[in-house]
Design a protein around this ligand. Structure first.
Ligand code: SF4
Length: 341
């Protein structure tokens, strides 16, 4: 059995107090069953606090609900009280594994780092195009359940994904043009005729969508307000931003494309990658003269705000399937317009 890894997977180290964000702020922590059982038996004052903090969310999951926008155990030194008092082994799965992501397909496993973590975003988005390669190793044991997918379809998606990877590594053309080519290729594979879609101004629609989403962090609200107030202008894509677009798209295809084996069509992950790039690049262009550090923060916050919120993701997918401004043709046209500046 093969295990696949995103570049630098094994090198990730949490930067804790130096982190510009925190996985302990901005969202609820969903607890796994074993941790819930363990937390019910913790004694003393910390045990009391843990049990008071546990609540049930709308999906029936047990969570630590955010208090004042952050985990109730995140202390003034930006450290975790549970980790400090009971040790790392006492952390729930969510906290112990983040930002590592495991996608187990039964007969192979893929490991990724979530760019909702600023340090993971920095490590992945600054990779040069030639380093956008998966690493793999043979593993003797089956890690999970046997696959429940169509093997031929999976093989087809695997080969298609490799073609998408190659396009994003190819630096003979700008990253935005390459992503537009990915979307056109995905339309061909899915027999979606681009000529039937009339391209409209996706830029305005993308901003309207972002402003309509539930907002989790004050920083993201400020970025949206500043970019809404800025003129709707296009900017020159810097070399650093070009590399970030390639690395983001590579990671997005890695994380999302094979999941189409369980869906009717594989167009949505490519469309969603194009939407995400259009959104982040539009913001970077509006807030021109921003540093690479600020750009990395925008990618990271975009992912934290949109991908980590199931309501926002559901709304986005619905818009991608129904809105003319988010159609493949409209997104291709907008990617090319952004790249022409
Ligand atoms: S977001 Fe990443 S770097 Fe920041 S505290 Fe969490 S794991 Fe560490």
């Amino acid at each position: 059995m093969k295990n696949y890894y995103i570049p630098k997977y094994g090198e990730f180290r949490c930067i804790a107090g130096a982190c510009p964000d925190s996985c302990c702020a901005g969202w609820e922590i969903v607890l796994d069953d074993a941790s819930v059982e363990r937390y019910r038996t913790v004694s003393g004052g910390l045990g009391e606090r843990i049990r008071q903090a546990m609540a049930e969310d709308a999906d029936g999951d047990v969570i630590f609900a955010a208090q004042d926008g952050k985990c109730p155990f995140w202390n003034a030194e930006k450290l975790c009280d549970i980790h400090a008092t009971l040790g790392e082994q006492a952390l729930c799965d969510t906290c112990r594994k983040f930002p590592r992501i495991t996608q187990d397909y039964g007969d192979f496993v893929e490991y990724d780092l979530s760019m909702e973590c600023p340090e993971a975003a920095r490590m992945l988005l600054t990779l040069p195009p030639e380093k956008l390669q998966l690493h793999w190793e043979e593993h003797p044991e089956l890690a999970g359940d046997m696959p429940e997918y169509d093997a031929d379809r999976m093989q087809q998606l695997f080969e298609q994904r490799e073609m998408l990877f190659q396009l994003m590594r190819d630096t003979r053309h700008p990253a935005l043009a390459q992503l537009s080519s990915c979307l056109k290729l995905a339309c061909e594979w899915e027999n979606i005729p681009l000529s039937e879609c009339s391209a409209t101004d996706s830029g305005t629609a993308i901003f309207a969508f972002l402003q309509s989403c539930e907002i989790l962090t004050a920083d993201w609200r400020r970025i949206l307000e500043q970019s809404a107030a800025a003129q709707n202008k296009l900017g020159v894509i810097s070399e650093a931003l070009d590399c970030e677009i390639r690395a983001f798209s590579f990671d997005f295809f890695y994380r999302q494309y094979l999941r189409a084996v369980f869906a009717d069509s594989a167009i949505l992950p490519v469309q969603q990658a194009a939407f995400s790039v259009c959104a982040v690049v539009s913001i970077c262009c509006r807030l021109h003269l921003i540093t690479q550090e600020q750009q990395l923060r925008i990618w990271q916050l975009f992912l934290k705000e949109i991908e980590s919120d199931s309501d926002n993701v559901a709304e986005l997918k619905w818009c991608l399937e129904t809105e003319e401004a988010f159609s493949p043709a409209a997104l291709c046209a907008y990617l090319e317009k952004l790249g022409d500046a």
